[in-house]
Write a protein that binds this ligand. Structure first.
Ligand SMILES: *Cc1c(COP(=O)(O)O)cnc(C)c1O
Length: 368
């Protein structure tokens, strides 16, 4: 069991109204017939799956997408009766469990269907969405023949229903669209070649949903931008509306002290004070998701940036202050001027990973 630190002043704040606003804004850009599916995999990108699912549903999301079957089962266990698609690969032995729970699975391999013995144990048929690899090179059927073969195989069974077909773009978050257009054309061609168009034809992640018309599709899979983050810094200037980041990560100074020239800080004694200076110890470290690579990054206090000095430890780190501050002063670790995008840039990663890294040790508080 992961222990959550309710008795330590380090916490994540999640603004419900930001998530609601991001969903409603996106929906106002979508034709009425296009469903918004909230992507809540990976504990809702670190925002808390069940709470986000509730917020998203209230905001108008018409279903959920997750990566693994356990996430879908957790939603069902919590009482969500909405549409759920598992986008990752599920071992065939768990197909009946998915069917019993009315959870749609992703089908990307005809072998999987062959191995699926009859689903008579389940009262409900298994709903599947065909995944077409149009250029992502990750999961999916890779040829028109494979799609046709699997469509024919499904048609022969009464325990499997082909509810949808989808693809995923590799470059939707780039301004240059030629590779994207190629994938889109390929997907359209595959869909047009089907004997029967399934109920849910979908291709859009956040970047696609934000930047490209969805009129001839039935749903979008809205992930990162539901949380108010841009799919990439590159498309920030061309987003159709202002995203509102939902997550902020806070702590408080637990010790404030004055260093003398020559004093050192943290493991390896890598930081040495060259003058008298004020520093503060923060009760947060890499075990919380405030990773070692944040050494040299900054946090903020009332919008004033302050550098993280020395090595970030497992449970603590030290920041340099411009002046003496009282113990208990609130510090923003991620949020405001030191946004997830800034943190990602410092570390050489993407904002997705910044929020996913937050550990269960950090309690989540939902506001608004
Ligand atoms: C995670 C995922 C999404 C959501 O992507 P965002 O960029 O977060 O919107 C959509 N589709 C698939 C297949 C995914 O794996």
């Amino acid at each position: 069991m992961a222990v959550t630190g309710w008795h330590r002043p380090t916490w994540v704040e999640i603004d419900r109204s930001a998530i609601t606003s991001n969903i409603k804004q996106e929906q106002s850009h979508l034709p009425d017939h296009v469903a918004l599916l909230a992507v809540v995999k990976a504990d809702a990108y670190g925002h808390g799956m069940l709470e986000v699912a509730k917020i998203a549903k209230e905001a108008g999301a018409q279903g959920f997408c997750v990566a693994i079957l356990d996430e879908a089962l957790a939603l069902r266990e919590a009482g969500f009766e909405d549409f759920i698609l598992v986008m990752g690969a599920v071992p065939v032995e768990f197909a009946a469990l998915a069917a019993q729970n009315n959870i749609a699975l992703t089908l990307f391999d005809v072998e999987w269907l062959t191995e699926l013995s009859t689903m008579k144990t389940a009262e409900l048929p298994l709903h599947v969405h065909l995944k077409v690899d149009t250029g992502m090179g990750r999961l999916g059927l890779r040829s028109m023949e494979a799609v046709k073969e699997i469509e024919a195989a499904i048609a022969k069974r009464d325990d499997v229903v082909m509810e949808g077909i989808f693809t995923h773009f590799a470059t939707a978050d780039q301004q240059e669209t030629s590779y994207f257009e190629q994938q889109l054309a390929c997907f359209r061609e595959v869909v047009d070649s089907l004997q029967e168009r399934p109920a849910m034809v979908h291709c859009a992640n956040s970047a696609t949903a934000l930047l490209h018309e969805q009129g001839d599709f039935d749903a979008v899979r809205f992930g990162i931008s539901m949380y108010g983050l841009t799919p990439s810094p590159e498309i920030l200037p061309i987003l159709p509306f202002k995203l509102q980041p939902a997550l902020a990560f806070y702590t408080e100074m637990v010790q404030v002290k004055e260093l003398q020239p020559g004093d050192h800080v943290s493991y390896g004694a890598t930081y040495e004070a060259t003058a008298q200076e004020w520093v503060a110890t923060l009760p947060v470290g890499y075990a919380d998701g405030f990773i070692r690579a944040y050494s040299g990054f900054h946090v903020s206090v009332d919008g004033i940036l302050m550098p993280v000095i020395g090595r970030v430890c497992m449970d603590q780190c030290i920041i340099q202050l411009p002046q003496k501050y009282p113990v208990g002063t609130k510090v923003t670790l991620i949020g405001g001027p030191n946004s997830a995008d800034e943190a990602a840039q410092h570390v050489g990663t993407i904002n997705y990973e910044i929020t996913c890294l937050l550990s269960e040790r950090v309690p989540k508080k939902y506001i608004h």
